[in-house]
Design a protein around this ligand. Structure first.
Ligand SMILES: *C/C=C(C)/C=C/C=C(C)/C=C/C1=C(C)CCCC1(C)C
Length: 249
């Protein structure tokens, strides 16, 4: 097997772009957020940097071809971008935890949302690996029901928690809620268009997911960095970047 020449996977160019975009985003958030001392604000910043860092690794794996596998299933061979699903398996719960931490959600609610989210990604893999078309749509439906539970958590349950927070927290939460609600909803649709129905090429599908990942992951980081609620959480670091004790300029 080792002397077979390796041809680039479809979308390799986009995966390379994704590696660079996610790597730079992780560095940027990590550097800008390095002086944050307040534990809650720190946790949210760590999530905001970790999410693109994980995605950077997944994109690198796919760009190099190791993140994409040809899998023999009943009825033939299917292409599985396993690194993408491995990425989502970590990053989507991380984003929910980051959002929950930001609002101060209780552990039980957060646990339910993360469980539904993991179930959503795993059943999404089942949809991708079903050799029988009908089964693909059945799994897609199951995954989408789990997604609706996640959406309920983000929009309704957390919305309720955010209601009695201060104005700065409420306004950042409102922006994060729109970002997550809107961008995450496009994933199942784009999956259906690409992997599901094959209406676009694998290269176009890769470009679309890169765009979505950029909005959902980098967008989260940028909103967190701009949040006055998180910067203000540490009285000694007015911009959320200065170390405590450093006099403000
Ligand atoms: C950074 C990555 C993010 C925010 C990924 C989010 C992914 C989803 C919301 C995926 C959802 C899917 C379904 C609801 C149906 C089956 C196919 C999936 C996995 C694409």
């Amino acid at each position: 097997m080792f002397d077979t020449p390796v041809s680039p996977v479809a979308g390799a160019g986009w995966f390379a772009v994704g590696t660079a975009v996610m790597g730079l985003a992780a560095l940027y958030v990590a550097v800008r957020g390095r002086g944050v001392e307040d534990p809650r604000a720190r946790g949210v910043h760590v999530v905001a940097a970790l999410v693109p860092a994980v995605a950077c690794g997944a994109y690198l794996a796919m760009a190099l071809g190791v993140g994409v596998a040809e899998v023999a299933v009943r009825g033939g061979t299917l292409r599985l971008h396993w690194a993408r699903y491995a990425d989502w398996l970590f990053t989507t719960p991380l984003l929910l935890i980051g959002l929950g931490l930001f609002v101060g959600a209780d552990g039980e609610t957060l646990f339910g949302a993360v469980a539904a989210d993991v179930f959503m990604i795993v059943t999404g893999v089942a949809a991708t690996l079903s050799g029988v078309p009908t089964y693909r749509y059945v799994w897609w439906g199951v995954s989408t029901v789990a997604f609706l539970c996640v959406l309920y958590f983000v929009v309704v349950a957390l919305g309720r928690e955010a209601r009695d927070r201060d104005e700065a927290t409420r306004s950042t939460f409102a922006a994060l809620r729109v970002l997550i609600g809107a961008s995450w909803t496009v994933y199942p649709v784009w999956w259906l268009v690409g992997t599901g129905l094959g209406l676009v090429s694998p290269t176009a599908e890769a470009a679309g997911f890169l765009l979505l990942d950029t909005v959902a992951k980098v967008g989260f980081g940028l909103l967190v960095l701009r949040s006055p609620a998180l910067a203000g959480a540490d009285a000694d670091a007015p911009e959320g970047e200065a170390a405590p004790g450093t006099p403000a300029e």
